[in-house]
Design a protein around this ligand. Structure first.
Ligand code: HEC
Ligand code: HEC
Ligand code: HEC
Ligand code: HEC
Ligand code: HEC
Length: 481
């Protein structure tokens, strides 16, 4: 009720000033078609239950090891996610949790296991987040029937199996034409062309606002409108392969070989691998610690292969006037950065020094509190709420007031005014971190009561958010040209 009153005020003030965003119509979703709305999952319920990943791993140990410690395995237990989920429920009520969990732990939403934020009392299927049996029970999707007529908010159909004469038969959807031994009597196999396409990933990697339905994370549509989609280089071809194979997919548009696919789902989130590594060490699990260290290195490697910098001095009337920095998105199959573009930070740090080592120009240097100066050139987006205010939370963001992300195979130019009488040494870094120090502190300080960061990760305060240098280049520039 309170919310409605607030809206009326907004509409009234919009009429008066014409300065606020128009109030958006509520997202009209057919509750019969989508019983878990605002998540658009459908579930074919039968006696066949979801299986935990450890059980799948008994016969598929390689896939298990690759998936273990991946962002998909962490999607529900991720403390950054749990902190934000907790804040979402406090801000707009429990109903929104279904939307979040529909992507972060879908099987637990349809089976009704999740009652609130937190981990207490949950079984292995819920804890496993985006587990084996989520992806391999995806039978199809309803992408064209959604409010946006595109994939969004979990618009897939889960069908872990079927019933025959009262007996449960598990069915797993996969990439191959199965032989008669497929599944070893544990499950039957169905060949699924969807598993070779970006549309398998799309429904979770395209997030729209739970009420207004505006797009707030658009990795799928960024990809769909890129040369990669035209050349049929799908998400799997970069994220389910080793680093060198991904580089080849991006550079040559050549599909990986059948045997090249791995269950890494490795992207940019080195921070979470770092935290998972701390937890593994704390629990004395050296094997898991080594496993996530490898995934950490791989995420850093992906980031370092994503972009390229071209640096050129600009002279006017023979004198140095500015430095032009061109940032190319060479190998990300979507915008760089993508997804949580209003939270991720990718920026240029530039330092010009003269022959005495004096700094004559500097921009983008982090201060002692971990914050960036306001003039820093960032390649991300600013989210915006209904009254045009700056917003970062997914229940508030309905549009963007700025979007400086770089499209696939595209670039952005940045100009820095700079003049000098002598030769200058210019160092330029392209840097990346998951969030600002303040945002990290906010989310991690709101984890649910049953998650103790000290007990799990051995951290008593939020450490400085680590930064990865995607590129680090130094050039010497002449004062006259
Ligand atoms: C349509 C699927 C979908 C929905 C709905 C969704 N998310 Fe996510 N969420 C994702 C994906 C995919 C990522 C990873 C994006 C990335 O790594 O940039 C993510 C990442 C996050 C992260 C960042 C985690 C980290 O470690 O950096 C947070 C926090 C988060 N989601 C919170 C939420 C909350 C709270 C909700 C509900 C209001 C929600 N999400 C709804 C798919 C979804
Ligand atoms: C995010 C979705 C997703 C998750 C989670 C997932 N898989 Fe897969 N899986 C796929 C896709 C996509 C393919 C097809 C890859 C290809 O093109 O060969 C695949 C292929 C397979 C195959 C066929 C052989 C191969 O490796 O290509 C097996 C077996 C398999 N997965 C088992 C598992 C097991 C076991 C788990 C959990 C430990 C798991 N999967 C988790 C999406 C997923
Ligand atoms: C008792 C052993 C056993 C268990 C347990 C098992 N599988 Fe399989 N599965 C097999 C065998 C054997 C094959 C065929 C050979 C192969 O691809 O590894 C297979 C094949 C697959 C394929 C490829 C199917 C295709 O046609 O592309 C997928 C996907 C798969 N399993 C997923 C799973 C998932 C998910 C689980 C857990 C819910 C699971 N399996 C549990 C034995 C098992
Ligand atoms: C059921 C929903 C779901 C499906 C299907 C899904 N994902 Fe994800 N994915 C997520 C969520 C949720 C996260 C983020 C977890 C977090 O940050 O806590 C994620 C994270 C990732 C990441 C890591 C991002 C990072 O910041 O490092 C990659 C890469 C990824 N997914 C690729 C894929 C690919 C490729 C597919 C299809 C083969 C796929 N996903 C299918 C929900 C899904
Ligand atoms: C040509 C290779 C390529 C393709 C195709 C591709 N990606 Fe990526 N992806 C990357 C690279 C490189 C990064 C790391 C740089 C970045 O964050 O954009 C990345 C990062 C990500 C992230 C992490 C974003 C973050 O900041 O946490 C997610 C999530 C993701 N990709 C999902 C997808 C999905 C879903 C698809 C398919 C719709 C896809 N990717 C297609 C190369 C690719």
């Amino acid at each position: 009720m309170e919310k409605r009153t607030f809206r009326t005020v907004i509409i009234a003030s919009a009429l008066l000033t014409g300065l606020t965003a128009p109030a958006l119509a509520a997202n009209k979703v057919d509750k019969e078609q989508y019983p878990y709305a605002p998540s658009l999952i459908q579930w074919e319920k039968s006696a066949a239950e979801f299986t935990d990943p450890e059980t799948c791993g008994e016969c598929h140990p390689q896939q298990y090891e690759e998936w273990q410690g991946s962002m998909h395995s962490m999607a529900f237990q991720d403390p950054v996610y749990q902190g934000e989920l907790n804040l979402a429920i406090k801000a707009v009520g429990h109903d929104i949790a279904k939307q979040c969990e529909g992507c972060h732990t879908p099987a637990a939403v349809v089976t009704g296991q999740i009652k609130g934020a937190g981990l207490e009392g949950l079984g292995p299927v819920a804890m496993a987040g985006v587990s084996c049996d989520v992806c391999h029970s995806i039978k199809g999707h309803t992408h064209w029937q959604t409010p946006s007529h595109q994939p969004e908010n979990g618009s897939f159909i889960l069908s872990p199996g079927r019933e025959e004469e009262g007996e449960a038969i598990l069915t797993k959807y996969g990439p191959f034409t199965p032989d008669e031994w497929c599944g070893d009597g544990f499950h039957e196999c169905v060949e699924s062309p969807l598993h070779l396409q970006a549309e398998l990933c799309a429904s979770c990697h395209q997030v729209t606002h739970y009420e207004s339905n505006t797009a707030i994370e658009s990795t799928y549509t960024e990809w769909k409108n890129s040369p990669y989609a035209v050349k049929e280089i799908a998400c799997q071809d970069c994220h389910m392969v080793e680093l060198d194979t991904f580089i080849r997919s991006a550079d040559t548009f050549q599909k990986p070989e059948r045997g090249d696919y791995r269950h890494y789902f490795n992207g940019a989130n080195f921070l979470l691998y770092h935290l998972t590594g701390l937890a593994a060490k704390k629990a004395g699990d050296d094997e898991l610690a080594a496993n996530v260290q490898q995934k950490f290195d791989m995420a850093v490697g992906r980031l370092q292969a994503a972009a390229e910098l071209e640096i050129s001095p600009v002279y006017r009337n023979g004198d140095l006037a500015e430095i032009k920095v061109r940032v190319h998105n060479r190998r990300a199959g979507h915008n760089l950065p993508t997804s949580l573009t209003n939270i991720r930070q990718m920026w240029l740090e530039i330092t010009a020094t003269d022959s005495q080592g004096r700094v004559v120009m500097s921009s983008g240097k982090i201060d002692s509190k971990g914050e960036l100066p306001t003039e820093t050139r960032l390649f991300n987006a600013d989210g915006m709420g209904e009254s045009l205010h700056f917003a970062i939370d997914p229940w508030e963001v309905i549009s963007f007031s700025r979007n400086d992300t770089i499209p696939p195979k595209g670039y952005r130019d940045v100009h820095y005014g700079l003049s000098s009488d002598e030769e200058l040494t210019v160092n330029i870094k392209l840097r990346f971190r998951q969030a600002t120090q303040k945002v990290a502190e906010k989310l991690l300080s709101h984890v649910p009561d049953d998650m103790h960061l000290d007990a799990i990760y051995g951290i008593t305060e939020v450490p400085a958010v680590p930064i990865v240098d995607m590129i680090d280049k130094t050039i010497v520039i002449k004062p006259k040209g």
